[in-house]
Write a protein that binds this ligand. Structure first.
Ligand code: UFG
Length: 314
């Protein structure tokens, strides 16, 4: 099977490319390198630098490589930036995905795995979060992903598309052999920032808010190892190729850790007592986001294998 991976030079994309190659798929990575790194793309994959809005180039790549299905990561994904530059997010996420779907339609490729996010739920009032709970995003990033989920449902109904939308909780960790990992610029995510602080590359780690309605007052998140996310993409592909039909799945470890707990575990594992500073809340952060991943476990047999917090930090 020939798979096109958009955004395959990015964090979750490059780990999924590795997983697909290891499972025997032929992979073409299509990435405009606005955020990704060509060095993160496994050499066994074909790499094409391009934008998904470039209809002619994408069409050529899809037909020349007889692509069977698309795994679509290419997107902007910073919550804070999305609030300051919504136009960029509607362009790079919504408009670009529409262009991709139209090109797929022209090429008669109708199977797609989509990177969605827990940000589609907004501030849920119950945990764990199930896929059928209300989706009321509190930021532009989450809203763009929800609009795309709607587009996928409409393309499925009208044009026979089949899709799996994967709503990631907090992706973290790196490939076990250390060859690829998380490399954002700027980095905004808690675990890499903690590790940079432990390494002495930052003066201190800030705790964004200590007055949330949680046991220790800091936000609780569900950290899921990127290798477990990659495996879920492989299973989702097998599902649309072998069984068919469209699905939406949460992907989390189903365990919640507070910011303070993550910092304490990182101090214990590294043996470094780095400096921590309590600062005001960051705008738009929900207090608790913890997944139920029961649906994907039951329907696709997915099981997280690496998502223990200590394993993620190590
Ligand atoms: N945090 C700090 N200090 C920091 C960085 C983060 O206290 O220096 C806190 C945040 O306030 C939050 C938690 O650590 O409570 C996790 O923050 P991240 O920035 O690592 O991740 P988010 O939960 O904000 O967002 C991530 C992805 C989003 C996705 C969301 C879904 O970046 O794209 O998970 O759960 F939408």
């Amino acid at each position: 099977m020939n798979i096109l991976v958009t955004g395959g030079a990015g964090y979750i994309g490059s780990h999924t490319v590795y997983e697909l190659l290891e499972s025997g798929y032929n992979v073409v990575v299509y990435d405009n390198l606005s955020r990704g790194h060509v060095a993160a793309v496994d050499r066994r994959a074909v790499f094409v630098e391009g934008d998904i809005r470039n209809h002619q180039l994408l069409k050529n790549i899809i037909s020349n490589n007889t692509i069977d299905a698309v795994v679509h990561f290419a997107a902007d994904s910073q919550v804070g930036e999305s609030m300051e530059e919504p136009s960029k997010y509607y362009n790079n996420n919504v408009a670009a995905t529409l262009a991709l779907l139209d090109t797929m339609r022209d090429c008669k490729v109708n199977k797609i795995i989509f990177s969605s996010t827990a940000a589609v739920y907004g501030e849920p009032s119950n945990w764990p979060i199930l896929e059928n709970m209300p989706t009321i995003p509190t930021n532009v990033y989450g809203r763009t992903k929800l609009v795309i989920e709607g587009m996928l449902a409409d393309f499925a109904m009208a044009y026979g598309f089949e899709y799996v939308s994967l709503r990631y909780f907090n992706a973290a960790g790196a490939l076990k052999n250390g060859r690829i990992g998380e490399d954002h610029a700027p980095e905004t995510h808690l675990i890499p920032l903690i590790l940079k602080t432990a390494l002495g590359q930052r003066k201190e780690i800030g705790i964004f808010g200590n007055d949330y309605d949680t046991e220790d007052g800091t936000c609780i998140r569900d950290y899921i190892h990127v290798t477990d996310l990659a495996a879920a993409h492989r299973l989702a592909l097998e599902h649309i190729i072998n069984v068919g039909g469209s699905r939406i799945y949460n992907l989390g470890s189903e365990a919640g850790f507070s910011v303070r707990q993550v910092i304490e575990r990182a101090k214990a594992i590294t043996g470094i007592d780095f400096s921590v500073k309590e600062t005001p809340r960051r705008a738009g952060d929900p207090a608790v986001l913890v997944a139920s991943s029961a649906r994907i476990k039951e329907e696709l047999g997915w099981q997280p294998r690496y998502s223990d917090l200590d394993n993620i930090i190590v």
